[in-house]
Design a protein around this ligand. Structure first.
Ligand code: ECH
Length: 321
């Protein structure tokens, strides 16, 4: 029987606890806009995660600086309005400019805006602001998450902001981010016990050196990659495009895994380990699972990348009987 996306998407899923993140993101969207911005402010400043400035090198900061200069020249109420418009994805010229930024440029924009808010150059959270109970409950839920999950919530809310007219076409042509220069050499992929698969080991090796064409060549032509909380991206071209935008400078540190050979000779593997993003460097190690399906030629037919709920889950490789 040949592999289908439907038949492999659920492999090993029963070994993982459902993530709290999708529900937190839904609840976040239900908050009023003032609460949304304030919640992000508190989540960003209180969780104590520190951003590594080097990551700005992978963003097109000259684009972000254009918007920041505009904001600096605005009155306080207008500054607040711009932030509200971004959060509500309003169709304004400002939101449109932001909406087509790459993920890294969006993150860089907010990072600089956060600095300007802390310096008092841009309108901070109003002094008379009072959080609604819903926002407070959500903030407490976010505080209980581990570092990797907290920065995922921050990232996903920021990425969703702004107005992107091309989003619906599924093929936004964005200018490429600059190449990220790694401050430290990429980690070397050691052998993984019980995982002799060249495609899987080669995947980690190539990803750790930002060689995305090499990594994509390990996929079957109809192979797919499913990022955390997203639909699968099918085909090598799309995978390369996605990786160039989202995977520069990542450190992948796979730690353990299992490999199960199926009756038809295809293989299913679950690998767990840590991933570091250039935005937070060694300050945040995300607990990650990769669920691979390899076809009978040893090519990657499917890989799902999942954000795990806790470090304990790193050891959950088999379903409990
Ligand atoms: C302030 C208040 C007003 C509102 C806002 C503010 C600013 C917020 C700021 C937020 C900055 C957030 C950042 C978050 C970065 C998160 C990065 C993450 C990366 C995860 C990567 C993963 C990679 C997985 C993958 C693997 C593969 O094998 C294949 C590829 C891929 C405070 C002003 C908004 C400044 C910087 C979570 C998991 C492992 C799928 C990519």
């Amino acid at each position: 029987m040949s592999l289908t996306l439907e038949s492999v998407r659920g492999i090993f899923l029963e070994t993982q606890a459902p993530s709290a993140i999708p529900d937190i993101l839904t609840r976040f969207q239900e908050l009023n806009l003032e609460d949304q911005l304030a919640l992000l402010w508190y989540a960003y400043t209180e969780t104590g995660r520190s951003i590594t400035r080097a990551a700005l090198g992978a963003a097109r900061m000259e684009l972000a600086e254009g918007l920041l200069t505009e904001i600096k020249q605005m009155s306080r109420p207008d500054q607040t309005q711009v932030m509200v418009d971004l959060a509500r994805r309003a169709d304004t010229p400002f939101s449109r400019t932001y909406g087509v930024f790459s993920v890294n440029t969006k993150l860089g924009f907010w990072y600089r805006l956060g600095e300007l808010m802390a310096q008092g150059v841009v309108a901070p959270i109003p002094e008379d602001y009072k959080m609604t109970p819903e926002a407070e409950t959500l903030l407490n839920r976010i505080k209980k998450l581990d570092g990797g999950q907290q920065i995922t919530v921050l990232r996903n809310t920021v990425v969703d902001m702004g107005y992107d007219p091309l989003k619906a076409d599924n093929a936004p042509v964005k200018e490429l981010d600059p190449k990220f220069i790694r401050p430290e050499p990429a980690p070397k992929t050691k052998t993984l016990e019980g995982i002799p698969e060249p495609a899987v080991l080669g995947y980690f090796e190539a990803m750790n050196e930002d060689r995305f064409e090499t990594a994509a060549a390990l996929f079957a032509p109809e192979g797919s990659l499913q990022p955390p909380f997203q639909q699968p991206i099918v085909g090598r071209e799309g995978i390369i495009r996605y990786m160039r935008e989202e995977a520069q400078g990542l450190n992948m540190l796979p730690e353990q895994g299992i490999c199960e050979v199926q009756n038809d000779g295809s293989k299913q593997l679950k690998i767990t380990g840590k991933v570091q993003t250039p935005w937070f460097g060694v300050n945040v190690a995300m607990n990650i699972a990769w669920r691979f399906a390899l076809n009978t030629q040893g090519e990657i037919f499917f890989v799902a990348i999942d954000m795990l709920a806790s470090p304990e889950e790193l050891l959950n490789l088999r379903p409990s009987k």
